[in-house]
Design a protein around this ligand. Structure first.
Ligand code: BG6
Length: 304
C-alpha cells in the first residue's frame, strides 16, 4: 500500500511498525501492532493529547499501555470464558493483532488513514465481521471503528476506544459533560462478563449494583473505574492550564478509569507514579450491539 506524502513507516526497535504522520496541522503516530494511536499533537498548540506509558511494551508481545487501544469484539472479559475452555483476552483480541493500511490520503486539512486487522475472526466472536479503523489527522483527531456484518447470521459485539488522555495532574483535573447514574466497578456486582449477558441479566445486575450519581464536580482522588450508561456526546477534561475536548458517537457507555497508586505500581507496564498524568475516558459499547447481515456500526471519538 502506497503511503501519502505526510506519512512514513518506521520500525521501533525492529519489533513493531509505526506510521509517523506529519502534515501542516498536526503530528501523530499509529502502531500497526493493535491499530493503536500512540500520539496526537496538533500544531495549533503543540500539546500532546494522548498519554503513553513510559514502560509500555512496544515489542508486539502484548497490548500497548496508553494511546488509544482498540477493544473489540468485547469490552472487559468475555462471558463465555469458561465454556470455551480457554482464557479469552480482556477487552477482545484485536489490540494484539497486526493491522494493515488499506488507504492513506492527504487532503488540505487532514490526512485520512484506514487500517484493518490481519483478521477480524477469532475465538469469542460468533459471526463474520469486517473491521476497519479510519483515522483523520488534522486540527482534531477523529478515530472511527466500523464493524460490518459480512456473514449470513446476526452476531453481537461490544468494545471501546480506550483513550488514555495526557493530563498535567490528576488531582487538579475535572471531567465535564457527564451526568446521571454510573456503576462503580471497584464496588459493584458488575462482573466483568457483563458486556455479553442477556438483556434480562444485565438489567438484574444493574438493579442489584449500587448506582452512584455523577457528582456535579467530577474530580479524582482515588482509584476510579466508572461505567456511565450515558449517551451524552461531549466531554471536556480540564487540567490547570489546559483542556481536551472529546466528542463521542455510537457508544452506549462512557467508561472513566484511573488505576491510582497501588494498581499502577502493580502493573509491569506502568510506573508507580504513572496514574498522575493520565485519565481514560473511553467511548464504549458495554451492553452489546447486535448486527444483522450487511448491517454496520461506527464507534467514533473526536479529540481536540
Ligand atoms: C478499563 C476497565 O476499561 O480498562 C478496567 O474498566 C481495566 O477495569 C482497564 O482495569 C485496563 O484494562 P487492561 O486490560 O488494559 O489492563
Amino acid at each position: 500500500m502506497q503511503l501519502s506524502k505526510s506519512v512514513e513507516l518506521r520500525s521501533v526497535s525492529n519489533q513493531i511498525d509505526v506510521l509517523v504522520v506529519e502534515n501542516d496541522l498536526a503530528m501523530a503516530q499509529i502502531s500497526l501492532h493493535g491499530g493503536h494511536m500512540l500520539s496526537f499533537r496538533p500544531k495549533s498548540d503543540n500539546r500532546e493529547r494522548l498519554w503513553l506509558s513510559q514502560d509500555a511494551v512496544l515489542d508486539g508481545t502484548k497490548a500497548i499501555r496508553g494511546g488509544i487501544p482498540i477493544c473489540w469484539p468485547w469490552f472487559g472479559d468475555h462471558l463465555n470464558k469458561g465454556h470455551l475452555g480457554k482464557d479469552l483476552p480482556a477487552h477482545g483480541y484485536v489490540r494484539t493483532k497486526q493491522w494493515h493500511v488499506v488507504d492513506c490520503v492527504d487532503f488540505d486539512a487532514t490526512t485520512l488513514i484506514t487500517l484493518k486487522p490481519e483478521t477480524a475472526a477469532d475465538q469469542g466472536l460468533d459471526g463474520d465481521a469486517d473491521l476497519r479503523l479510519t483515522v483523520s489527522i488534522g486540527n482534531a483527531l477523529t478515530v472511527e471503528l466500523t464493524t460490518k456484518n459480512i456473514g449470513a447470521k446476526a452476531f453481537e459485539f461490544g468494545g471501546a476506544l480506550h483513550s488514555y488522555f495526557n493530563i498535567e495532574d490528576i488531582t487538579q483535573t475535572q471531567l465535564h459533560g457527564l451526568s446521571g447514574d454510573y456503576l462503580d466497578k471497584t464496588q459493584s456486582l458488575f462482573d466483568k462478563s457483563f458486556a455479553n449477558k442477556s438483556s434480562a441479566d444485565k438489567s438484574s445486575i444493574h438493579k442489584r449494583s449500587p448506582h452512584q450519581i455523577t457528582p456535579e464536580k467530577y474530580t479524582f482522588e482515588k482509584e476510579t473505574d466508572n461505567i456511565h450508561l450515558s449517551l451524552k456526546q461531549h466531554f471536556t477534561i480540564s487540567s490547570t492550564n489546559f483542556s481536551i475536548d472529546v466528542v463521542s458517537k455510537g457508544h452506549d457507555s462512557i467508561v472513566v478509569w484511573n488505576p491510582w497508586i497501588e494498581k499502577s505500581a502493580a502493573m509491569t507496564d506502568m510506573s508507580a507514579g504513572g496514574y498522575q498524568s493520565m485519565l481514560c475516558v473511553e467511548s464504549a459499547i458495554t451492553q452489546g450491539i447486535t448486527l444483522a447481515p450487511n448491517e454496520q456500526h461506527s464507534l467514533i471519538q473526536t479529540i481536540q
